[in-house]
Design a protein around this ligand. Sequence first.
Ligand code: GAP
Length: 473
Amino acid sequence: MAAKNKERNPMEVITALAKRRGFVMPTSEIYGGIGSSYDYGPLGIEMKRKIADLWWKEMVRKHENIVGIDSSIIYHPRTWEASGHVDGFVDSMVDCKKCKSRFKAEDLVEHVKKAKGLNELPLTPDGENLDPDNPGYAQLPCPKCGNRDTLTEPRNFNLMFKTHVGPLEEAADKVFLRPETAQGIYVDYPQVQTVSRLRPPFGIAQIGKAFRNEITPGNFIFRTREFEQMEMQYFVKPGDEDEAMEYWKEERLGFWRDVIGIQGDNLRLREHGPTELAHYAKAAWDIEYKFHFGFSEIEGVHNRTDYDLKRHAEFSGREKDLQYFDDQTRERYLPYIVETSAGLNRGMLATLLDAYCEDEVDGQTRVVLKLDPKVAPTTAAIFPLTKKDGLPEIARKIYDDLKLDFNVFYDQQGNIGRRYRRQDEAGTPFCFTVDHQTLEDNTVTIRDRDTLDQPERPKIDALPGILAEKLRN
Ligand code: GAP
């Protein structure tokens, strides 16, 4: 029944649905918007919060040895010198002098190969092979306008957003908006470890905004300049990091598949090659979702060794404070760190794309988001069949009794078929309808979004228990 939408570009389809139904829309649109910045509407914020809450539950509540924090966005600027971001968090960009397009240098060779349908270079004017590690960018044709000799040589560009604290720009300290939430955890770790009396292995988790002045943002909310991360830093005794990597790779893949409900076939784990590794990582695995443009990362699991703590120890001069002292073995050491770093917005995009279906019902195309009930913005919609005979009063009472514990929605406008369709498109898994039989036996119908069945007529007072059961992990 569920014929997935294949013909049109899935990203365009989901972007249009997201805007139409108030999941995600371009920001400040009355002024024409600003590139790659989005606002989350009434349905979007509910869904995003649910994913974040499920992550928190999975990491902090499920694991006794993981605690949460919420650090500020602006840290002491030395943090970013120590972390390596001031020197190392750079992308290399290439501009076309003719059409003014901008590209990431690393993407350029791929762009050109794809555009020309070539698997092998040569692309130089004299037909010689290009070395992909040193491609002589200026000689490549611009992938946008096709002109040659119009591309600049690559220029390095730091991705951190800079601003200043204090009223006078000249006299003020230059600071950065954090490009990852991880560093807030590292600099707070000694205090958090002490107050929580944690012993390795232990984790510190946080969810928060991160900012990157991306050269090529795009693909809706896949890559934006402002986004949210859900990160957990796991502190282990040196030597225990490989075991921790194995554990967290599987746990995190399982989260997206079993908790969030993304189809397992559309997810995979992929190890980074040596040239892909970030400056802080010794080993890294991506959890990738099968987007229509190819498998791409939604979360990374990284072995960061003691790189970050060592650097903070050096730059702050507080080496002893950053070491862990084991009072049983009398050992003192800098813990190694295994990081799990997920994109909340990107994960939500994958979840929406994965849930999108079109099927035929009564000769008409039905658009439905087959979201897991745990992440659906509305868990149940409550309808009176008609506006007469006291049905709205009963339906409203059901709504009032459920609304503080569950995301429920009341609607009495229009014909019942249209009301069901609107909820299908919003991903609402259950609709409760109050009809004339309700007047006789206090039962309602439950319509299942995916099967369209109405298998049972539960009593009204059983509804909270039914919803709680559907939302259980
Ligand atoms: N602390 C490690 C770290 O930040 P990362 O691979 O750069 O690692 C982790 O980012 C996750 O953050 C990615 O898997 C992705 O989901 C998300 N992310 C990174 N840059 C993003 C962007 N510009 N827009 C949206 N999400 C982004």
